[in-house]
Design a protein around this ligand. Structure first.
Ligand code: 0PR
Length: 354
């Protein structure tokens, strides 16, 4: 065998149902390849990729309904969430705390740990959304940021963002919305808020999830320039004076890939994809319901359902990449690579496993 034949191959997507990553759009793949060696962290040396980043941030602003956004393309949702907490902490006094729903991604625990802030987790309501009364109870004068999730990792739920904004305002805190996964589908749903009217201060929206960009491409957006100022440190030996990012050297491939995906797909391509993915999620939910499983209604393209352990293990043995929530439900994320044919084949294997 030649060396090429023994080289590990990347994961095929044909049985991947658990991931929030997907096969990138071909134009985004090509753009990423072209900018593999460019570093957007040094705009004076790599101006082309820096221009692409500015345009990508403007397009992300369009996606979430924010004119004149401030932000950057980083490594992913974890970095953006850490930066949101860091900016809020830097703008607040000592002893800052963060109030987030229990459904918040574990990256907020990393943020609390590295930034040495207290993380207060609020209970959820019966529909897996932040319980606003409990968020209100937990918030106080030391709260630097209230977090809402728009597209939760486990159940695809959208928190009551305007109500969380009111809590944040009363506490004199920032409102951060984690739309890492949901950001690219929200514009096509009938949610009743956007960045501007819900007084969102910062947002996470990841091109490398529903945005169909290559990994790594995360989005951090802020409404006010002061937020980025609160993150900026001086960079004496670079031509640019300050740097607000958490990473230093960053991925030119990530930035160029995100730009190309947005350029290609915003807005009709993302809308078509949302409609297909949501139809697939509704189809899977109804097929599972017909078989007698207790299914959580998919408000976004993510299906969670009870599934006996034996069947879960049989499906994994069949090669399906599936995962479970902390409370044990199977979750199927209807990413762009998840087709109706895949779901039919999954259901056929499920029927055999019963
Ligand atoms: N916020 C939300 C709502 C998320 O769902 C995630 C990741 C993050 C933030 C963090 O984003 P990064 O992983 O880009 O830093 N959610 C997925 C999860 O934890 C990430 C993932 C992606 C996991 C692909 C597995 C996988 O194959 O489940």
């Amino acid at each position: 065998m030649t060396r090429a034949e023994t080289r590990p191959a990347p994961q095929e997507f044909d049985r991947v149902l658990s991931s929030m990553c997907t096969d990138p759009h071909p134009a985004a793949r090509d753009a990423a390849m072209r900018f593999l060696a460019d570093n957007p962290g040094d705009p004076a040396t790599y101006p082309a990729v820096s221009d692409l980043e500015r345009e990508a941030v403007a397009m992300l602003g369009d996606v979430v309904g924010l004119d004149d956004p401030h932000g950057y393309v980083g490594s992913g949702g974890t970095e953006a969430n850490i930066q949101a907490v860091r900016a809020a902490r830097n703008l607040a006094d000592d002893d800052a705390n963060v109030v987030a729903p229990e459904s918040a991604h574990f990256s907020f625990q990393k943020a609390a740990d590295v930034l040495d802030v207290e993380l207060r987790l609020a209970e959820l309501d019966d529909d897996h959304r932040a319980d606003v009364d409990h968020v209100t109870d937990l918030a106080d004068d030391d709260t630097a940021v209230v977090v809402g999730v728009a597209g939760t990792t486990e159940f695809g739920r959208v928190d009551p963002i305007p109500a969380l904004g009111d809590v944040a305002e009363d506490a004199g805190a920032n409102l951060h919305v984690d739309a890492a996964w949901g950001g690219f589908v929200l514009p096509f749903t009938d949610h009743d808020w956007d960045f501007a009217d819900a007084a969102v201060d910062t947002m996470t929206i990841d091109p490398h999830k529903m945005g169909q960009a290559p990994v790594p491409a995360g989005g951090f957006l802020a409404r006010d320039p002061e937020t980025l100022d609160a993150l900026s440190i001086r960079t004496p030996y670079l031509e640019s004076d300050t740097q607000p990012t958490l990473g230093g050297t960053r991925s030119g491939a990530g930035v160029a890939g995100a730009h190309a995906a947005l350029d290609e797909l915003w807005r009709d391509g993302y809308r078509d994809q949302y409609e297909t993915s949501q139809a697939n999620a509704d189809y899977l939910a109804s097929e599972l319901d017909d078989r007698g499983y207790d299914v959580v209604d998919p408000v976004l393209p993510l299906v969670a359902t009870e599934l006996p352990d034996r069947e879960f293990r049989a499906l994994r043995d069949d090669g399906w990449r599936i995962s479970r929530t902390a409370s044990g439900e199977l979750r199927v994320v209807c990413m762009p690579h998840v087709t109706r044919e895949m779901l039919d084949s999954f259901l056929a294997d499920l029927d055999r496993s019963r």
